[in-house]
Design a binder for this molecule. Structure first.
Ligand SMILES: NC(=O)c1ccc[n+]([C@@H]2O[C@H](COP(=O)([O-])OP(=O)(O)OC[C@H]3O[C@@H](n4cnc5c(N)ncnc54)[C@H](OP(=O)(O)O)[C@@H]3O)[C@@H](O)[C@H]2O)c1
Length: 286
């Protein structure tokens, strides 16, 4: 996407400046949200401001999207109706400390930082209207799923605005509390790791059979994409779909026997549970 200055200037008079998004830390995820917002037309480039410590990155984003980029996190935060915290977890304390006193009561603070609790943000910024969201990596191509929750001080109308902002990354699910954010961290945010590992194992298995890596990869990618689309469209239980292709004494029955013997379900369940416990533990320390 390239910024067309003239086109956006014409729109200036119609722009609702009471709706302005401030991105604190404009790395991969912030850029994915910005690109999605502009692609969908949720806001215009003039309603977005971002902060980044490096001049080269500031220049890159302002040239690419026509958004305002500043060095100071406080300056960026002061302009937005919604402040979106997108720094890495290890920078959280420093950034929250920097933003102390810069956030007013009318603003919403939304965080996509893994592990940082609402209570930490509330305490550090002395601010009640907070949203915590947990996206996943397919968000980078607008096909993510983001679980999010909000404090009671975020009104219904503001929640609609938050939902629209997060939809820049794909689908969204509003969950009840932070425990469910940790649950989503283990299931949907860590999820691509499980899928990539299964994908890798199947590609290697194809190479073991004698396929070239290129062919094995193509077969596995399309098989996975097609299986997910088929499951979604048919709305059938996965076991029913599996039974449909399991003939007595056939190849699927043979493969299922080996997967059950190897404990595939238990391994996946234990992996998700361990990721959940880790997410809770990181939150307690954060
Ligand atoms: N990526 C995902 O799929 C995903 C999924 C769920 C949650 N998250 C969460 O999203 C957050 C952002 O992830 P990301 O993948 O976008 O990381 P990222 O690409 O590293 O983005 C963070 C950006 O913040 C910049 N930065 C460093 N110090 C800063 C400071 N003091 N003030 C402002 N900006 C600063 C970094 O610059 P430098 O590169 O120069 O250090 C970097 O460009 C993380 O907290 C992560 O836990 C990410």
């Amino acid at each position: 996407m390239h910024f067309q200055e003239g086109k956006h200037r014409d729109l200036e008079s119609e722009i609702d400046m009471s709706k302005c998004y401030s991105f604190i830390g404009t790395g991969v995820m912030a850029e994915a949200i910005i690109a999605g917002l502009l692609r969908k037309g949720t806001v215009s480039n003039q309603q977005i401001i971002g902060s980044h410590p490096r001049a080269a990155r500031r220049e890159e984003l302002s040239n690419k999207y026509g958004i305002r980029m500043v060095e100071s996190n406080r300056e960026a935060a002061s302009s937005g109706s919604m402040i979106i915290l997108c720094v890495k977890p290890q920078r959280t304390n420093k950034v929250l400390h920097e933003l102390k006193g810069a956030v007013n009561r009318q603003q919403i603070v939304a965080s996509i930082i893994a592990g940082t609790r609402i209570e930490t943000i509330r305490r550090e910024l002395d601010h009640p209207a907070i949203v915590r969201a947990m996206p996943n990596t397919p968000a980078q191509i607008g096909q993510g799923i983001t679980a999010w929750t909000a404090t009671a001080e975020v009104s219904e109308a503001e929640q609609d605005e938050v939902r629209a902002m997060l939809e820049a990354l794909g689908k969204t699910v509003r969950v009840e509390n932070e425990r469910q954010i940790d649950m989503a961290t283990a299931l949907s945010a860590t999820g691509p790791t499980y899928v990539f590992m299964v994908m890798e194992a199947l590609i290697d298995a194809g190479v073991h059979l004698g396929f070239s890596r290129h062919v094995a990869q193509e077969l596995v990618w399309e098989m996975m994409l097609g299986s997910v689309s088929f499951a979604k469209e048919s709305r059938k239980h996965p076991a029913e779909l599996r039974n449909m292709v399991t003939s007595p004494g056939g190849t699927s029955a043979e493969a299922i026997y080996q997967m059950e013997k190897g404990g595939l379900r238990t391994v996946l369940s234990k992996a998700v549970w361990a990721a959940f416990q880790k997410s809770e533990a990181l939150g307690r320390n954060g």
